[in-house]
Design a protein around this ligand. Structure first.
Ligand code: EPU
Length: 339
């Protein structure tokens, strides 16, 4: 069994770069070790960590931190246009997407450059540029922390929604995802290019019949232009979810803010971009101590100096929440998990 470390700094294990300590820490590279650790640990609460890309750590973690570092990718051809690809939880998400593109497996290209690892991707049903993880999802395997049994979750039982799944609700904290299987195409790729920024990017490069690699490159370019690189400036991507509001509230807001963007969800509710609300609230580039709102995308909070505490980031987030509530009567739910 790998060594358990005490009082290990988690600074390099969370993309915000917050310097808190784990009481105990173990890096897991196979499922047998994971089960062994789970069966032996009786005293400490468990804290599962993979890419650390969707969390804000506000205090030392008084737990056994299990760093999921199980690697491996396998594939199975299903028919002349379909391959099922299984990636272990500790695979870096972007590297996995690039591997798919290299093999000409289509479906995940719009999800290029999303930070984090494969194992945490289903938890919030990662999504970007018109594609969500659930669109290619077949199933995932997860170990029940108490019984140590391996359970398989399919598309239906995963209960995916916008940045949501059973793993954030009924199954919260019960399972550790060990691998995810995707259904990808090998020939007739269903390209999603309708997102305006992708179209513009392809046009600017004069690409008329894009490959999955062209789409991936376009997404990489767009993300690089708007989103800070967590290796340089600590951040967790979108800090808030895009709020879903009553159409009546939206219509009221339209009177005062005629240019407010919106995406209809049903006859009675619409989604509005939190980035727009925060930006037009005057917060783009706004800073409080070591924490700030990114100056190119107001939905992203950053560890501006590299020395921010989790509390500082959280205080900025709460300040913004209150200001947005006051200005638009909209509650901004945090997308990032706070610990
Ligand atoms: N906008 C502004 N100012 C800003 C940011 C956005 O006015 O500072 C406006 C844009 O002009 C646009 C609208 O808000 O009209 C939406 O902006 P954008 O297309 O950049 O997308 P988003 O809603 O801000 C969402 C996801 C991102 C994902 C992009 C692209 C959420 C919470 N965020 O952002 O996901 O990359 O769409 O699909 O749904 C993430 O989850 O970490 C993430 C980055």
């Amino acid at each position: 069994m790998p060594k358990i470390l005490s009082n290990r700094s988690l600074k390099t294990f969370n993309t915000f770069g917050i310097d808190v300590k784990a009481k105990s820490f173990i890096s897991i590279t196979n499922e047998d070790d994971l089960k062994l650790v789970l069966s032996k640990n009786t005293s400490l609460p468990l804290f599962v960590l993979s890419g650390g890309s969707n969390m804000l750590l506000t205090k030392d973690v008084e737990a056994l931190v299990i760093h999921m570092n199980i690697k491996g990718v396998t594939s199975e051809i299903k028919n002349d246009n379909e391959v099922w690809v299984t990636a272990k939880a500790g695979e870096n998400w972007h590297d996995f997407v690039q591997l798919c593109i290299k093999n000409n497996w289509g479906g995940l290209e719009n999800l290029s450059l999303i930070p984090g690892c494969v194992g945490s991707a289903p938890i919030q049903n990662i999504g970007a540029y018109g594609v969500e993880l659930k669109d290619c999802f077949v199933s995932c395997k997860a170990i029940d922390k108490k019984t140590l049994k391996t359970i398989s979750f399919d598309l239906e039982s995963s209960q995916f929604g916008y940045r949501d799944s059973i793993f954030k609700n009924d199954a919260k904290d019960q399972y550790i995802i060990t691998e995810v299987t995707f259904r990808l195409t090998t020939k007739n790729h269903q390209l999603k290019t309708s997102y305006g920024a992708i179209e513009n990017q392809l046009t600017s490069k004069n690409i008329k019949s894009p490959s999955i690699e062209d789409i991936s490159n376009a997404v990489i370019a767009i993300r690089k232009s708007k989103l800070p690189d967590p290796n340089k400036i600590g951040n967790s991507g979108s800090f808030f979810k895009n709020p879903i509001i009553e159409k009546s509230l939206y219509e009221n807001l339209l009177k005062e803010f005629p240019e407010i963007p919106h995406y209809p969800i049903s006859d009675t509710i619409v989604k509005v971009p939190a980035g727009w609300l925060i930006d037009k609230g005057g917060f783009k580039g706004f800073s409080m101590g070591n924490a700030a709102v990114h100056d190119k995308q107001a939905l992203v909070l950053i560890n501006k100096t590299g020395n921010a505490s989790g509390i500082e980031i959280l205080e900025l987030a709460k300040f913004i929440q209150a200001a947005i509530q006051k200005k638009y009567s909209i509650y901004l739910e945090m997308e990032v998990n706070i610990f």
